[in-house]
Unconditional design. Structure first.
Length: 335
């Protein structure tokens, strides 16, 4: 399996033969380019022209984050998988209100479905409020059933927003009301507490992971269905990430906090908000990388696949849907 490189140090990336070379003031490391899937840069890193040419040649995306851990942009090589027919079908589906609505509904249904799975998983693992979990699960199932009633993407996004707000209200129960990680309310720029800092950071990583996988398909990341295709550069990755955030980001956060792998010492106060420190970000991406390599049984394929592979398989299903080969059904985790 190819690796994701996470670079936190400052230095320079260059090309040496067919290898990636990263040099700091202290040391120089080399890695065969064939072993690399994508690169995440958090430090102050310069890249040579020859290095970027190699990344474009080997179809490797580079995701950049600033000093505070905020996503700033992606080096997205020229598309190497070109299929005009797929892009036309993707644009046609977006411009057709019924087709766009149908796909948007699938993404929201998949998102709520995954939130239900997370609640079911923790329902019998928390110390209190088992009845509260049951009530919330029934409420979410009712919301999913009502999705067919909505006739606009905006109405469905509103429904999903209300469900997610209730879902976040369960975090304190899942974390056993840990005083260092109380949810309070969702806050983003900047996050106002430690739990929000992890949610925001994890979601950004999830968006870019999906973007890397889109690059390996015939789909165009600029044409989304749930999130409007407008002046933002990418939107399809935001759509697909809705399905994976609960099981990849949220469950990881619960594990990190409940197992005391991340503590309040791993956060810094910045700009009237709280963010993960560099050490905290290293811990987070280290454990996320392990989770993405973890395999789960895929009931339709009849074999185990990694979480990272699940994202690509999801994109293939969307592509088949757009080509009229098979109706898209979002991934549902079974624990």
């Amino acid at each position: 399996m190819k690796k994701t490189l996470y670079i936190f140090q400052s230095g320079e990336l260059s090309r040496e033969d067919n290898s990636i070379c990263f040099e700091t003031t202290e040391r120089k490391r080399k890695l065969p380019v064939e072993d690399v899937n994508d690169i995440y840069i958090f430090g102050e890193v310069n890249a040579t022209k020859k290095f970027l040419e190699l990344m474009a040649q080997k179809n490797i995306c580079i995701h950049y984050f600033n000093h505070y851990g905020y996503y700033t942009g992606t080096f997205y090589p020229r598309e190497h998988l070109n299929a005009g027919h797929v892009i036309l079908k993707q644009a046609e589906a977006y411009l057709n209100p019924e087709k766009r609505l149908a796909l948007a509904r699938k993404f929201i249904d998949g998102s709520i479905g995954q939130m239900i799975q997370v609640l079911k998983y923790y329902q019998n693992r928390v110390k209190t409020n088992n009845a509260k979990f049951k009530e919330m699960i029934l409420d979410f199932q009712s919301s999913r059933a009502k999705l067919e009633q909505w006739t606009s993407v905006e109405e469905m996004m509103s429904t999903e927003g209300h469900v997610r707000e209730k879902y976040y209200s369960m975090f304190d129960d899942i974390l056993n009301h840990n005083p260092d990680f109380l949810f309070e309310k969702r806050s983003k720029r900047p996050p106002l507490n430690r739990l929000n800092a992890m949610i925001s950071f994890g979601n950004q990583i999830c968006y870019t992971m999906v973007l890397s996988e889109i690059y390996k398909t015939y789909l165009d990341p600029r044409i989304g269905f749930l999130h409007a295709t407008n002046f933002r550069r990418f939107s399809l990755n935001l759509d697909v990430a809705e399905i994976f955030k609960p099981i990849m980001v949220d469950r990881l956060i619960f594990t990190l906090v409940n197992k005391k792998m991340i503590t309040k010492k791993d956060f810094d106060k910045h700009m009237e908000g709280i963010l993960l420190s560099e050490e905290g970000r290293k811990k987070f991406v280290g454990e996320l990388d392990k989770r993405m390599k973890t395999t789960v049984n895929h009931r339709h394929l009849g074999k185990s696949v990694s979480y990272r592979r699940l994202i690509r398989l999801e994109l293939y299903k969307i592509q088949k849907h757009l080509l009229g080969e098979k109706e898209y059904e979002p991934y549902r985790s079974l624990w």
